[in-house]
Design a binder for this molecule. Structure first.
Ligand SMILES: Nc1ncnc2c1ncn2[C@@H]1O[C@H](COP(=O)(O)OP(=O)(O)OP(=O)(O)O)[C@@H](O)[C@H]1O
Length: 312
């Protein structure tokens, strides 16, 4: 197991990784699994087009990292500005997002650009966009469509040129159906949709990512670079990764710190021995309690096949 050489299309190297915030520590985007290689092609296609992008994926799958890559590839001259919509102030969300004019409210002697203004000429990354209040959703759409924004308290709009890259860990269309997301904004975002699969569905990325993080942390902590034993590799590939790549990064970081030999062993990973088996056990137990006849028949068939395999 080793990472592809620099220049391989599955490994994107970020030239200015040092400029990224601490929460995004990657120097490269590791895409090795066939599913993420395919995604990579889609990303390259969309990045240079003047379309908004919606990245859907579970927490920790790498949505912000991908958004940063899209911004770099787009070569837009402005900044990449990242905002988590659930962090907007309940009372001053509009001013935070769109800015305010001088004198708009008490204690506002001068005007402020807001997040949108700071991203002028660049990319506004809105994480968890489903958490944006409905009223701001409609306002945001109008700004993006007209290229004009009204700061709170302003008497005239100002021109803005912002590319929106939004992320969501939930299906936006379901939120639309529930009446809590603006259908027109969802439509606007649907031109460039990217689905980042959870790590458990792209097993081919697990060991390359583990090796990559090991390299990063060994270098940063000035520790010798250990290998990963076969048992540890197998455990990494069998784990469910509910926290996705972020969880893998933390697990590898920890393993490196507690590793006392040339290789990371399974017990250094501090992972449950067989999480999937546990889940299967729970599902079967539930089925035995509440399953209907068809489900029980399907279960018997599966158990029969398991028996057959055991018998050799
Ligand atoms: N393909 C990848 N290659 C290298 N590092 C990655 C990759 N994907 C994610 N990471 C790293 O995993 C961590 C989590 O990534 P990121 O913050 O982009 O996830 P996210 O989906 O935006 O999470 P959240 O939904 O919680 O905001 C970061 O440290 C990031 O650098």
């Amino acid at each position: 197991m080793s990472l592809p050489p620099v220049g391989d299309p599955s490994l994107l190297i970020f030239p200015e990784a040092d400029k990224s915030p601490l929460s995004i520590r990657a120097k490269a985007l590791v895409f090795i699994d066939p599913r993420t290689r395919q995604l990579r092609q889609e990303v390259e296609r969309l990045a240079s087009l003047p379309v908004p992008i919606l990245i859907q994926g579970e927490t920790g799958t790498g949505k912000e990292l991908l958004a940063r890559h899209i911004h770099r590839s787009s070569e837009r001259p402005g900044l990449f500005v990242a905002l988590n919509c659930s962090g907007l102030s309940p009372n001053h969300g509009e001013a935070e997002l769109f800015g305010y004019a001088a004198g708009a409210h008490q204690g506002a002697p001068s005007s402020r650009a807001g997040w949108l203004g700071s991203a002028n000429g660049g990319t506004l990354y809105l994480d968890e966009i489903a958490d944006l209040p409905l009223a701001l959703q409609a306002q945001l759409l109008s700004v993006l469509e007209t290229g004009e924004a009204w700061r709170v308290g302003a008497t005239q709009p100002i021109p803005v040129d912002v590319r929106l890259v939004a992320a969501s860990s939930v299906d936006l269309w379901q939120v639309v159906k529930a009446g809590k997301f603006d259908e027109r904004l969802a439509q606007y975002l649907s031109d460039g949709r990217l689905q980042l699969p959870p790590l458990r569905e792209r097993i081919g990325d697990v060991l390359p990512l583990a090796e990559y993080f090991l390299g990063i942390y060994a270098q940063r902590l000035r520790l010798p670079l250990p290998g990963i034993s076969l048992a540890a590799q197998s455990l990494l590939e069998r784990h469910d990764w509910p926290g996705n790549t972020r969880e893998l990064e933390n697990v590898v970081h920890f393993a490196l710190l507690v590793c006392d030999g040339d290789e990371i062993e399974a017990h250094h990973l501090n992972l449950p021995a067989a999480p999937r088996l546990k889940r299967i056990e729970q599902a079967v137990t539930q089925l035995l309690e509440v399953g209907d006849l068809d489900q029980l028949a399907a279960l018997c068939e599966l158990l029969r096949r398991a028996e057959q395999r055991l018998a050799g």
